[in-house]
Design a protein around this ligand. Structure first.
Ligand SMILES: *[C@@H]1O[C@H](CO)[C@@H](O)[C@H](O)[C@H]1NC(C)=O
Ligand SMILES: *[C@@H]1O[C@H](CO)[C@@H](O)[C@H](O)[C@H]1NC(C)=O
Length: 356
C-alpha cells in the first residue's frame, strides 16, 4: 500500500508547472487523522483543501476508499494468507507488488477492486457480510482490522470475503466522511491555508462532535468530527502567494523574483501575470485576504504599451491606451472583479506572486 501513496504524490509534483494560475485538488483514499493528513499534504508543498466556492466542491469526485476484508496472514501456518475460516487464499486478486512482507492484513480498494496489504494496526472502513444472506453492510467508521472484525462479528456475521466478484456494483455508492482543511482554531473556524467563507454545513451542524471538519463523499455536506478519527482526505496545490506587505510596484517585482522554494530549488517566482477569466473567483478570493484595497499585478506600461512581466500578451481590453504619466502599473481592486486598474507605480500595496 505504501508504494501506491508515494507514487500518487510524485505524479502531482511533476504536473504542477503548466498554466499561470493553478489550483488543483487531489483526493487520497488512505485513512489518516486530520493532522497526519495535513502533514502529508504539506510534505509535498500542498495543504489540506480549502474550498472557495460551489464549483470547487462540485469538482471533487470522492468515490474511492479502502475497506478491510476477511483476509490476513496467519502466523501459525508458515505465513500463509488465510480467510478467517482457515481456508488458504489462492492469491489471484492482489494488486501488483502486493502485499508488502511487513503487512499482515488486507484491504480491497474501491478504485480497482484489487487487494492490498496494510498493517493490521492501520485504519480503513469496512464491509461486513452476512454470509447466509449474501448481504453486505458498509461501515463508514475507521477501525483497525481486529476492531472491524469484532464489529462485524457482533452485528452482522463477519468481515466481507468478496469472493463472488460482484463488488464493482456497490463500491461507488457509499457515503463516508472525507477530511478538508477546515478546523476550529480557538473559538472560530479557519482553513489550514487561505481564507474562504464558503460553507455547506449539514442541517444539524456545526455541532460539538469535534474540532475538525469533513465533507460527506456523496452529499458534500460539512460535519464536525473528532480530529483523531481516520478518514480519506483532499490535498490542494496552488501557486499563488499573496504578500501582505505594502510595497511599490518595483519593490514588489523584486520581492517576488527573489523568493525561493525550500522544497524544490527549480521553482521560480514572479509578480502575477494573469489573463481575463483565469481562475477569476479563486484569484479574487486570494485578493480578499489582502490588507490593502488593491494589489499589484505584473502589468506595466512601457515604451507605449501595456506588458506583462512574464512576456505574455495583455488580453484585458479596458486599459487606458495612453495612461497618465503617474498611472503606469496595473493593480486589481477588491471591489471590481476581473478588471485591471492603472495606478501610480509608487503607491504601496500588497501584491501577488506566483510560482512557475
Ligand atoms: C494523529 O496520529 C499521529 C500518529 O500518526 C499522532 O501522533 C497524533 O497525536 C494523532 N492526532 C490526533 C488528534 O489524534
Ligand atoms: C497597507 O496599507 C493599508 C492601507 O492601504 C493599511 O490598512 C495596511 O495596514 C497596510 N499593511 C501593512 C502590513 O502595513
Amino acid at each position: 500500500m505504501r508504494s501506491m501513496l508515494s507514487g500518487a504524490l510524485m505524479l502531482l509534483i511533476v504536473s504542477i508547472s503548466s498554466g499561470v494560475v493553478l489550483k488543483r485538488y487531489q483526493y487520497f483514499e488512505f485513512n489518516r487523522n486530520w493532522s497526519d493528513a495535513q502533514s502529508l499534504c504539506r510534505k509535498y508543498s500542498g495543504d489540506l483543501a480549502t474550498i472557495y466556492n460551489q464549483p470547487d466542491m462540485n469538482s471533487l469526485w470522492l468515490r474511492w476508499y479502502i475497506v478491510w476484508i476477511n483476509l490476513h496472514r496467519d502466523s501459525n501456518t508458515g505465513q500463509k494468507w488465510v480467510w478467517t475460516d482457515g481456508t488458504v487464499y489462492n492469491g489471484y486478486n492482489w494488486a501488483p507488488n502486493e502485499p508488502d512482507p511487513s503487512e499482515d492484513c488486507a484491504v480491497i480498494s474501491a478504485m480497482n477492486n484489487k487487494y492490498y496489504g496494510l498493517s493490521c494496526e492501520g485504519y480503513a472502513f469496512s464491509f461486513c457480510e452476512n454470509y447466509a444472506l449474501d448481504y453486505y453492510y458498509f461501515i463508514p467508521k475507521s477501525m483497525t482490522w481486529s476492531e472491524a472484525q469484532q464489529h462485524c462479528q457482533n452485528n452482522y456475521g463477519n468481515l466481507a470475503k468478496f469472493n463472488n466478484n460482484n463488488m464493482g456494483g456497490i463500491f461507488p455508492y457509499q457515503h463516508f466522511p472525507v477530511w478538508i482543511g477546515l478546523h476550529r482554531d480557538g473559538g472560530s473556524w479557519s482553513w489550514s491555508s487561505g481564507v474562504s467563507k464558503y460553507n455547506s454545513w449539514d442541517p444539524a451542524e456545526p455541532s460539538s462532535n469535534g474540532d475538525c471538519v469533513s465533507i460527506g463523499s456523496l452529499t458534500k455536506n460539512m460535519a464536525t468530527q473528532n480530529c483523531g478519527a481516520h478518514f480519506p482526505f483532499i490535498c490542494m496545490w496552488e501557486n499563488l502567494l499573496l504578500v501582505k506587505e505594502n510595497k511599490s510596484w518595483e519593490e514588489a517585482l523584486e520581492f517576488c523574483r527573489a523568493l525561493t522554494s525550500t522544497v524544490n530549488s527549480n521553482l521560480r517566482f514572479d509578480l502575477l501575470s494573469v489573463q481575463p477569466g483565469d481562475q477569476q473567483q479563486y484569484v479574487m478570493a486570494k485578493i480578499m485576504e489582502a490588507n490593502s484595497d488593491e494589489v499589484w499585478t505584473g502589468l506595466h506600461f512601457l515604451a507605449g504599451e501595456w506588458l506583462w512581466v512574464n512576456g505574455e500578451d495583455v488580453l484585458y481590453r479596458d486599459l487606458p491606451v495612453c495612461p497618465a504619466l503617474q498611472q503606469h502599473c496595473g493593480a486589481i481592486s477588491k471591489s471590481i472583479s476581473d478588471s485591471l486598474e492603472a495606478r501610480d507605480c509608487l503607491e504601496r500595496k500588497n501584491f501577488l506572486c506566483y510560482v512557475f
